[in-house]
Structures are given as C-alpha cells and as structure tokens.
Design a protein around this ligand. Structure first.
Ligand code: PLP
Length: 812
C-alpha cells in the first residue's frame, strides 16, 4: 500500500489530526513486531479482550509517527492521528477499497483444514507465471484477512488469500470485503467448530464467500458440501475433486509401481506420491484442479506437483552448546518466512544474535532478492552473519557488520568460528539441501532422538480459551512450577511474559531465581518459601506466599536485616479446606495485628481449591469459596486496602467463573487439558513426546523379548526397539502390553520389560521401517490415554519426563 495519511482519512471517513502529507506504506497492529517505524502507521485495535491503545506510548518510543486509533490518547508532538469510530471496521473498509482498486485475479480459500497448505502450494506452483500476493502465515480472520489484502500493490497479477471463521455470522463480514473470482472450499472436518449448531450451518456460512465467484473448486466427497454448493450456486462453474469417482478430478487407483493414477476430466495421468495420508492427497487434488482450471497442460501440472515442497510453517528452538539458543527454521526459505524468523528472535532476551543463512534456491532476480534480504537482515543488527552458498556470498557487501562466507556447511563447521559463540542466539535459516540438519546437530546441546516438543502457540491459544470465560479485567497468574509442569522453565515463562501474563507462580525460590537470571521481570510468587532461601527471594525480588506466623516472622526478620521491609510484596494464603498450607479463620485477628505492625504490602490474598475438577464435590468447592470470600473480605477491611484476591485454578476457571475475584491461576489448562468436554474440544494439545525406531528385528514364535523373558510371541513377528526407557520417564510397569505407542497413526503394544534406556513394541507385518517416528503421546495415544496406561494423572506424567529428554519449542 502507499497512501498519504490524508488519503486514508478521506477514504475511510476518519478524522485527521496532524500532518496529512505523511506516507503510509504499512500498518502494524502488534507493538512488539514493528520492523521499521518509517512509513508505518500503528493501528491500536480494540477487541473484547484487549485494547491496542495501551501500547501507544511504546510505539511512539519506537519512532512511529502515525497512529490510527479510536481515541487520541496523548498530546505528543509530531504524532499524526487518524481517528476512527471502530478500528476493526476501519481496517476492513480500507482493505476493501484497496483490493478493489486493482485489477488482479483473486483466489479465496476457505474450509476447516488445509487452507494454508493449499495457499502455499498454489503460490509455489504459480509464482513463475504470475506475480502473486498472498496471506502471510495463516492470516485469515477479520483482522488477518484485511491485513493480507492491504499487501497488494500495482505489480501484483494474482492474489491468493485464506478466509477463516470460527463463529456464526463472521463470513458475512469477510465476504463483504473480499469476493474472490475463484473460490476454493478445501475440506470440512469436525475440529474446533463448537460454536456452530451442526455441519450444515458451518457449510452455509462458509460458502457465502463464493457469492460473486465465477468458479468454485471444492472437495466433493462430503455429500453435504456437494449438495449445498450445487443447490445454491448451480449457475456458476463448479468443479469438484476427491477420492470418489463422481468428482471431476479424483484418484482412480494406485498403479503397479505405487504411483497414483489421477483422473482429471476424463484424462488420466500418474503421479509419484511420497505421502499418502488423506489430508495431503486432498490438498494435492485441490492444487491439480486449480491448475487445470487456470489452463495448465497435464505435463505442466505433473511437473509442478512433483516439485511441491512440504509446507511446515514452524520454527523450533532448542538449547545449544555453550548456553546458546538455537533457532532452527530450515523448512522454508523465502522473504516471508525470513520476516517471521526475525520477528521470532526479537522475542528472546538474549541480546546477541547470529545468523546462518544459505542461498535461497529461488530462480528469480537474484540481485533484487538479496538486496531485500540484506535490508531485512541489516535491521536486525546481528553480531555475526554467516553466508553459505555460491549465490548469497556474491552479495556479501550488502550485509552490515561481521560477515563470513562459506561455500558449504562443512567449511563453516571446520572454520571453528561457531565455537566462539557463547550465550547468544543462533538463527539457522537455510535450505535443507545445504545440510542444515548437520549444522543443527553440531550446535545442539542434547542430540537424542527422543524429544518432547512443546507448542508455544498452543499454550497461548489455551490461555485465551480460558480467558474467554473471564471478565477482561481479571488478571491471570500462570503456574510455571516444577519446570512448567515438566515442559521447560524459562522458555515458557519468557513466552508468557512476552504475551503479557500478569503473574507467574513457582513452587520454590530456586525456580524463581532461575527465571530472574534469564531475564524474566514479571512478578513471581513463590509458594513454598523455605527458610534458607529468604535471602535469595529478597535479592531476586520474588514474592513469597506467607502461610503461617512462623514464615511471616522469619521472613520479616530477614527483610528488616536487609533494610527493605517497607512495602515488600507478600501473598497471604488462607486455609479453606485443602488442609495443606494457610492461615485458619481463627488466626486472622492475630494476623491483622502483625500486619499492622509490619510495613509489608499484602499484594494478594488467596486460597486453593481441592476438588474444583470433581462435579460431585461442588458443594465442598462452594463452601471453600464462601470461606475464602468471608475471610478475604475481613482481611481487606482490617488492613484498610484491597489486595488482589484469587482462588480459581484451571478447573475452577471452567466450572466456577462466577467466583473469579481479581485473578485466576492457570496450570494444566494451559497444557490443553480439561475435564470439561466442551472446553477440552476447544483446547489444543501442547506436548508431543516422540522418538524414532532404532532397530527392527524378526522374532520367532516362542522366542522371548527383553529382560526375564516376559514376552514370548504366539507367532513369528517383528519387534521395534525404541531409544526410550524408564530413565526417560516411561513407568516400568506399562511394559508387557499395558501401554501402547503410535506409529503412522496406529497403536502398537509395548512388549517385554521396559529397560532403563530402551523399550520394545510389536509391529507385526505392518509397513514400518527403522528410523520411523514413534509417538509416545500426542493425539494418538493422547496424554490422557498415556496417563491411563500409567494409572495416574497427566500432571504426574508430564513432571516425570526426565530432564535428559530434549525439549524443543515450536511456534507455528
Ligand atoms: C499448581 C497450582 C495451581 C494450578 O492448578 P491447575 O490444576 O494445574 O490449574 C493453582 N494454584 C496453586 C496454588 C497451585 O499450586
């Protein structure tokens, strides 16, 4: 986009205050990821959950000069304001005017699954023939779609945009701003659609997008979709694809050498297919159909489909040697994904950053491409930049700072330059062809195949689901005790801090100290302040839970010794029925007397529910809440001010949100677990515990497997050995067919005795190979299934996974 502030105000009926001549080339709405303040306007979006206006001072600090907002929140000189009635509406209006001003071919993709992959694959297939603008990542909502549309400019010949909805009524709004010429309906699943009455309602809503489309390309295997589109849009060009042979494009069968035979408008051709899961095949069919519609020859379509690259929109971070943090993004290498990686590394506290980057493998204008790459890169101020490959190294002079060039990964490793990096970030951004995996192996601290993957975005998603049950003003404390329920201490805390969590809770002082040492600055409550740790609690500004007169007196003594007692924040724990820690009702008058004498600040008053997750104990929970309410009120009245009051844990948020007080404490809910079926459906799984098969052996009938010969197969079979055992946190007693693992989506029993570092599973004659991935838990088996094998609860499973298992943090 390229408008003056004056033009934007005129186009959208907004009020302009300041310099109308300023040029706006992009609109930012997340204060944390502003690349360059030049020609960028900040849009202070107001939603039910949050107000962007809070971040205006921060963006002014960053040098933003144009602010689009519902209110003029400051008198800073030199700021130009575009004042609008409704920020979201504004964005939508501007986007509609903008996209309508260009004469480009548009493709709009909706559906429950596959939108992003189909979009990326169409982009990969068509970018030689067209200059294309597309939605970044999976921007497809009422805010993401307009932001995507605004990226179009006069150079573009085609726009490919995703359109996603999660509530009834949303598509009306989106269809009003964007009407694609070609509409694509990918696939309709059953996940995350809990806001809709039934499938028909979802379909009716989604196909509104196609009101003005000339052509609709859709998955015709779902009879409801097939019928709905044909009933409503009989006058349009309709093309369906699927596995069933009533579709225009379908999979006929597999040929003798394993290729797929595709029937495409009565013409047949063969395709290599490495991945044969339904979802991938549907996406491939969708791309074939679209290419066909755009007039490509069969030969060209085959060529393009064979060249498709996996779209994995995710970045991983792992701990490196010498306390470095390795951020690996070797899935995609294009300008978009480079921007995303640069945003991602800004979220870490380590100030020193290094970049390893390879050739882009992109046939386009190299000079222009690397010019853009270097501009983006130079804004990041890397300590060192390592360029690998014959192309990118030609443009060495475009990169600022210390720049080193290599022809391949081996040369970089042999240079020993990487060994000088300590306690810094290393961003690994390379085409796989260059062997970036080898580099990753070289830099990683733990090199095991057994990995616990933690999806950070899923944690935020789960927090937001819980937040939607609460008033916007209610604060949230995230419980990150026990190494964040076993998933990793500071990585999760840092991410939560970045997402504006109000409080963190840990069990012991050590855990809090570790967070502070890693740059966590939000308030941290320590639930079990042990006597020997008072000094470090104070030194690291941690806030103790005070649960008895003994702790109160001893801690106060230490504060006085250090001369910092005045207004030191403490948290008073009340006993209401858990019978663990806390002041009892009869102790409160005496507590008040102590607090009057001491100059401490009661930051909060709280208690803990013992059975909020158990509906049969509702009466007990309500009794606990009543005692808490009475006692907290009494304390507030006596001390003369009102600290934050809180009692609800995750299950409490779900079932007792009427009693949310001022703050809630979320724990297991963040990890995607809930005993409430409706809530559970909306949560995303956070952890994936996986490994790979070390060896596959043939075992004959009546031979035996593992220690003490506890498993003797009844017939000849195959046994896979996995490099994971009880020292990694798999309980020994789930051997011998108690527990199961998932391979290619199917469950296989653990057989024989589980060893310290290994265990065996029986795979029979199934097509499984050494090196294949094995899921210990994720979706099948789920964490709940695995907990059931272990006869315990997910909390214990997660916190029992040994520290030697490598944690990998994913953002998708
Ligand atoms: C662990 C803990 C929580 C969180 O409990 P979940 O059941 O995981 O939500 C809340 N409050 C206190 C005091 C805790 O110890």
């Amino acid at each position: 986009m390229n408008y003056t502030a004056q033009q934007i105000a005129a186009l959208t009926d907004a009020q302009l205050v300041g310099n109308g001549e300023l040029i706006v080339k992009s609109i930012a709405f997340d204060s944390r990821i502003i690349f360059s303040s030049k020609n960028t306007a900040f849009l202070a979006i107001n939603t039910k959950k949050n107000s962007g206006e809070k971040y205006i001072p921060e963006v002014i600090e960053k040098g933003i000069e144009i602010i689009i907002s519902e209110t003029k929140t400051s008198d800073d000189e030199g700021i130009t304001w575009i004042l609008v009635n409704d920020t979201v509406r504004f964005l939508q209006t501007l986007a509609k005017i903008h996209i309508d001003s260009f004469n480009i071919k548009t493709i709009g993709i909706t559906g429950s699954n596959g939108k992003t992959i189909v979009k990326e694959w169409l982009y990969q297939s068509l970018s030689d023939e067209y200059t294309i603008v597309k939605s970044p990542k999976s921007f497809n909502s009422r805010i993401g779609l307009p932001i995507s549309l605004l990226q179009a400019n006069e150079k573009h010949e085609m726009g490919i945009f995703e359109v996603g909805i999660s509530h009834p009524g949303e598509m009306r709004l989106l269809a009003d701003i964007f009407q694609p010429q070609i509409g694509i309906f990918t696939h309709i699943g059953s996940a995350h659609e809990s806001h809709f009455k039934d499938q028909q309602e979802i379909i009716n809503e989604k196909i509104m997008l196609f009101e003005r489309s000339e052509v609709i390309i859709f998955n015709g295997d779902n009879p409801l979709v097939y019928k709905s589109i044909r009933d409503l849009y009989s006058s349009k060009g309709l093309i369906s694809y699927g596995f069933e042979n009533h579709n225009d494009v379908f999979i006929k069968n597999a040929s003798h050498d394993g290729n797929l035979v595709i029937s495409c408008f009565n013409e047949e051709f063969e395709l290599k297919a490495q991945q044969r899961d339904d979802a991938t095949l549907y996406n491939v069919l969708c791309v074939i159909t679209t290419l066909k519609k755009l007039g490509f020859s069969t030969a060209k379509i085959i060529e393009k489909i064979n060249a498709l690259k996996a779209v994995e929109m995710r970045l991983e971070s792992v701990n490196g040697v010498r306390n470095n943090l390795i951020i690996n993004d070797s899935y995609n290498l294009d300008l978009d994904s480079l921007k995303i990686s640069y945003q991602f590394i800004q979220e870490y506290n380590k100030p020193d950053k290094n970049l390893i980057i390879t050739d882009f493998m992109d046939g386009k204008n190299q000079e222009q491409l690397y010019q853009q790459v270097s501009e983006l890169t130079n804004q990041q101020k890397f300590n060192r930049t390592f360029l690998i490959g014959t192309e990118i190294t030609k443009y060495k002079n475009l990169f600022d700072g210390k720049v080193y060039i290599f022809s391949d990964v081996k040369e970089l490793i042999d240079s020993h330059l990487l060994n000088q990096i300590e306690n810094e970030i290393i961003l690994l951004k390379g085409a796989r062809k260059f062997g970036t995996d080898r580099l990753k192996g070289y830099l990683e601290l733990q090199k095991h195949d057994t990995v616990l993957e933690v999806n950070l975005n899923a944690i935020i998603h789960n927090i937001n689901i819980h937040k939607s049950l609460l008033k916007p003003s209610t604060k949230m404390m995230a419980m990150v005790k026990a190494y964040s329920y076993g998933l990793g201490g500071y990585e999760i805390a840092e991410f939560l801090q970045h997402h504006h969590i109000d409080y963190l809770g840990v069990a012991y002082a050590d855990e809090g100290v570790a967070l502070r040492k890693n740059g966590i600055s939000v308030p941290v409550m320590v639930m079990n302040p042990e006597q020997h740790s008072y000094e470090s609690i104070i030194d690291y500004q941690l806030e103790p839970e005070i649960y008895s007169f003994r702790v109160l007196n001893l801690f106060y003594e230490q504060l006085v010794k250090k001369g910092v007692e005045k207004d030191y924040p403490i948290h008073i724990k009340l006993e209401t029925g858990m019978h663990r820690l806390g002041f009892k009702t009869h102790e409160l008058p005496e507590l008040v007397q102590y607090l009057e004498k001491m100059e401490l600040k009661v930051a909060s008053i709280f208690s803990h529910l013992s059975c909020a997750d158990d509906p049969s104990e509702n009466a007990y929970t309500l009794e606990q809440i009543k005692i808490f309410n009475d006692n907290a009120s009494y304390l507030c009245q006596e001390i003369g001010y009102v600290p934050i009051c809180h009692i609800l844990n995750s299950a409490g948020i779900t079932y007792f949100s009427d009693h949310q007080f001022d703050m809630v404490r979320i724990g297991i809910g963040m990890m995607g677990l809930s005993t409430d079926i409706e809530i559970k459906k909306q949560l995303r799984p956070v952890v994936r515990f996986k490994t790979v098969i070390s060896q596959i052996s043939e075992v004959k009938r009546n031979e035996s497997v593992s220690y003490n010969r506890r498993y003797k197969p009844q017939q000849d079979t195959r046994i896979a050995t996995l490099p994971v055992g009880y020292a990694d946190g798999i309980p020994r007693f789930i051997g011998n067919k108690v527990g199961k693992v998932g391979i290619n989506g199917k469950l296989y029993p653990i057989v024989g005795t589980i060893c310290m570092d290994m265990m065996m599973v029986e795979i029979g004659e199934d097509n499984i190979n050494e090196g294949d991935e094995v899921v210990i838990f994720n979706s099948n088996p789920s964490l709940e299934d695995f907990s059931a094998y272990c006869n315990t609860i997910p909390y214990e499973v997660l916190t029992s996974i040994s520290r030697r298992v490598k944690r990998v943090y994913i953002k998708d």
